[in-house]
Design a protein around this ligand. Structure first.
Ligand SMILES: Nc1nc2c(c(=O)[nH]1)N[C@H]1C(S)=C(S)[C@@H](COP(=O)(O)OP(=O)(O)OC[C@H]3O[C@@H](n4cnc5c(=O)[nH]c(N)nc54)[C@H](O)[C@@H]3O)O[C@H]1N2
Ligand SMILES: Nc1nc2c(c(=O)[nH]1)N[C@H]1C(S)=C(S)[C@@H](COP(=O)(O)OP(=O)(O)OC[C@H]3O[C@@H](n4cnc5c(=O)[nH]c(N)nc54)[C@H](O)[C@@H]3O)O[C@H]1N2
Ligand SMILES: [Mo]
Length: 711
């Protein structure tokens, strides 16, 4: 409900009060495991700061208003902006928790269509966009993401991910720690490549420090060795690949010697790693946020796939595979002809490409604060906090304060939503029924679980899908949005049926479904088995799912290959100027992006928002443990305490994101007392992965100096 690991929970209640939440030992997938964040379910639900009625802002004063008045005003004002400035003057930002609500997932595509704007943004472009783009280009569908077979592999190479803390991402795997322990117990190996000696690195067989942004070079060097030493394994896959020769030729330009300085890893070590990976009985290379949100995000995401493919670890047990989810949105989307698209239109100011109908979040502020035809004048946010989660948040914040109108569908008045004219609150957590529509498609086993709501929502909130549909239909009635009868009809049908019925249809006509009468899955079947159902291990199924037309994997997509030249040029360039350090991020087990810092049980204890710095870098700057330092980048500065540690590579500093709650107007009592500073006041909206426009949040050049004592 708030985490990709989808652990099952048992909730004890009395008269609608939650007494306890613990791990569900009978859940076949999570087997009783939960992490500290589980307390967030209750704490957020019962948080005194949570919004429980629609709120309207006049200047700095907030007052409760009725739903009717709020929805009427919202649709009126949004329609007015579109009438006056054109459809694309209205923008939309979708935040990460959208994917944790099946009802939102089923409604959002229609809602977005109904708004009729090209100015759509989401957390995708500060996260997994490169992986989705690689999938679109290589497998023909943006949602065909290969998933690590973590339970059967014998070699797990983790590049730019920290599953011990994140609980696994685009790899839904409850209790990932136990799964990694099991890997080593069966004689397998875990190798972690990261600029920080992370919690995952600490349980690995080996950790390699890499220079931020060095991954594409490393992956090419591995491929160089594998091709040069004839270690490819293409027996069964061979006939299904296009572009192998091209990949071989490209890799031949990146010998381990040539890239050693740029990766910070010795040539021999890279060679050894390549041999081990390629000769293991099975192996997986797994990359996540650290390879995506960086200068060469798309190249890295692509090369991760290529490495798995050419070593024969693609579409087979112990390697990476595509899932067979009970509710198969990929299949449905394909049948509707929606496989994803890229670059069909460009952003107005910088000409950045759309992806699946969305523009990069790094372009959001400039689209709002740059005058001219098509300038964004209004915004709808849904479950997002882009002021803290997208690059150059301070610029975005300025831009939000100048919009003609903004409405936020959210639980809190936080750094972003405080700029809204209206906040529309929705149900949360155990107040709504739940099915992990997105994450079962990304899970390391095929599983399914549906749970009913446990408690009633507060009387003044509505379910997310109800709010989205009401807003879209209201906008239409006022003459705004896209004048498309099919979309309006679909919204009205969804309103009448409810998302639960749609889920039932998806299950019935999915790969494990019963259809209308047969035997197999339906919602009723799942309701009767609330601990969830094990649908078996992942299976090879490339030929069932691939959407490239000729059934072949495109190993060397033109769009991506074109960026190799930039990579090669970068080999000759200095990454940092004298005295500069490269800033990376980190996550903490007791924190979830920007929005769980208002629960005291999670934020108490040692300060979370500290800058980790290597002792040698600290010494030359005259900084010692606990000192407050001033961190500066091109776009801004923050002051934070330093934590001196050899757990980080020299020349690199790490600051977590999601902090910075001391901003004026934020109604988060607990978070304010543990405010920290926002790393995204340092990250730079100009730094992007050149192919996809994904924000390069990692590897930002900064300077660090002792902060002058507070006066
Ligand atoms: N507790 C907790 N769990 C979470 C979240 C949370 O905030 N808190 N957030 C959730 C979300 S939205 C997501 S998307 C997932 C993310 O899941 P992960 O990707 O597993 O999590 P991160 O901690 O972002 O891991 C990225 C790693 O990349 C490293 N890194 C940075 N730059 C580079 C680089 O250039 N090269 C390499 N090789 N590594 C680099 C970082 O040091 C970090 O260890 O986690 C989810 N789970
Ligand atoms: N520097 C840096 N920046 C990063 C990252 C990084 O690693 N480094 N990680 C990036 C990643 S991977 C992600 S996914 C993004 C996240 O970016 P966002 O999605 O923009 O931000 P969140 O902090 O997840 O904010 C979630 C919002 O949703 C609200 N919310 C929570 N649950 C619900 C619900 O059920 N209904 C409704 N209506 N609202 C709800 C919360 O109150 C909060 O306002 O941040 C990105 N930003
Ligand atoms: Mo994310």
């Amino acid at each position: 409900m708030l985490c990709e690991a989808v652990c099952g929970v048992v909730v004890e209640t009395e008269a609608d009060q939650i007494l306890s939440i613990r791990g569900d030992a009978d859940d076949p997938f999570s087997r009783g495991h939960v992490c500290p964040k589980v307390v967030g379910l209750k704490d957020v639900q019962t948080d005194p700061d949570r919004i429980r009625h629609p709120l309207r802002r006049a200047g700095e004063t907030w007052t409760e208003v009725s739903w009717e008045a709020a929805l009427d005003e919202a649709s009126d004002r949004l329609a007015e902006v579109q009438a006056r400035h054109g459809r694309h003057a209205l923008s939309l930002y979708l935040g990460n928790p959208t994917v944790h609500s099946y009802t939102a997932l089923l409604t959002i595509p229609l809602f977005a269509k109904a708004l009729g704007t090209h100015a759509r943004f989401s957390a995708t472009s500060v996260d997994q966009l490169p992986q989705m783009l690689a999938s679109l280009e290589m497998f023909g569908h943006q949602l065909l993401l290969p998933i690590p077979d973590i339970d059967r592999t014998s070699f797990f190479l983790v590049v730019g991910a920290n599953p011990i803390v994140s609980n696994g991402s685009i790899m839904t795997a409850p209790d990932v720690a136990a799964r990694l322990r099991a890997l080593r117990e069966r004689g397998g190996k875990l190798v972690v490549v990261d600029p920080r000696f992370t919690e995952t690195a600490k349980v690995a067989d080996r950790h390699l420090f890499i220079r931020p942004g060095g991954d594409a070079f490393l992956l090419f060097a591995l491929l160089y060795t594998i091709f040069a030493e004839k270690l490819t394994r293409l027996t069964t896959l061979g006939p299904y690949l296009r572009g192998l020769d091209e990949v071989r030729e490209l890799a031949a330009r990146f010998s381990p010697e040539r890239v050693a300085a740029r990766t910070g890893i010795e040539a021999d070590v890279m060679r050894g790693l390549a041999r081990e990976f390629a000769t293991s009985p099975s192996a997986v290379c797994y990359g996540r946020v650290g390879v995506c949100t960086q200068e060469f995000g798309t190249l890295s995401a692509w090369l991760v796939n290529v490495l798995n493919i050419v070593t024969g670890n693609f579409d087979r047990a112990g390697g990476v595979m595509f899932t067979t989810p009970a509710a198969d949105l990929v299949k449905v989307a394909s049948r509707l002809g929606e496989r994803g698209h890229f670059g069909v239109w460009k952003s107005r100011v910088r000409g950045l490409p759309e992806f699946g109908g969305e523009l990069p979040a790094a372009a959001m502020a400039e689209e709002m604060d740059t005058p001219g035809n098509g300038q964004i004048r209004a915004l709808v946010t849904f479950a997002g906090n882009p002021v803290l989660s997208t690059p150059n948040g301070a610029r975005l914040e300025q831009a939000l304060s100048k919009l003609d109108f903004m409405v936020s569908i959210d639980l809190y008045r936080n750094e972003t939503t405080r700029h809204a004219n209206l906040i529309l609150p929705t149900s949360f957590g155990l107040e709504r029924d739940h099915y992990d529509l997105a994450f079962y498609a990304l899970a390391v086993k095929n599983v399914a679980r549906y749970v009913k709501a446990v408690t009633a929502p507060p009387p003044g909130v509505r379910h997310d899908w109800e709010v989205l549909i009401a807003l879209a239909l209201g906008l239409h009635d006022k003459g705004g949005g896209r004048r498309d009868r099919k979309v309006v009809l679909a919204l009205k049908t969804l309103k009448r049926l409810g998302p639960k019925r749609v889920l039932d249809l998806l299950l019935r006509f999915g790969p494990h479904g019963k259809g209308l009468l047969g035997s197999g899955l339906s919602l009723a079947e799942l309701e009767a088995r609330p601990h969830g159902i094990d649908l078996g291990p992942l299976l090879p199924r490339l030929q069932d799912v691939i959407e490239t037309g000729d059934g072949k994997v495109v190993l060397a997509p033109t769009l991506i290959v074109a960026d190799v030249r930039r990579l090669e040029t970068a080999l000759a360039e200095n990454v940092t100027a004298d005295g500069e350090l490269l800033l990376i991020g980190r996550r903490n087990l007791r924190s979830n992006n920007s929005w769980m810092h208002n629960t005291l049980r999670l934020v108490k204890g040692p300060e979370g928002c500290t800058l980790i710095m290597h002792p040698a870098d600290a010494e030359v700057r005259g900084v010692t443990q606990g000192d407050r330092v001033l961190v500066r980048s091109r776009v801004g500065e923050v002051t934070v305490p330093v934590s001196v540690s050899t757990d980080i590579a020299r020349g690199v500093v790490s600051l977590p994101h999601g902090w910075g709650h001391a901003r004026h107007g934020v109604a988060l009592e607990v978070a304010r007392a543990h405010a920290g500073a926002s790393v995204n006041d340092l990250t730079d909206d100009r730094l992007i992965d050149a192919v996809s426009g994904t924000a390069s949040l990692s590897g930002v050049p900064v300077t660090v100096a002792p902060a002058s004592p507070a006066v």
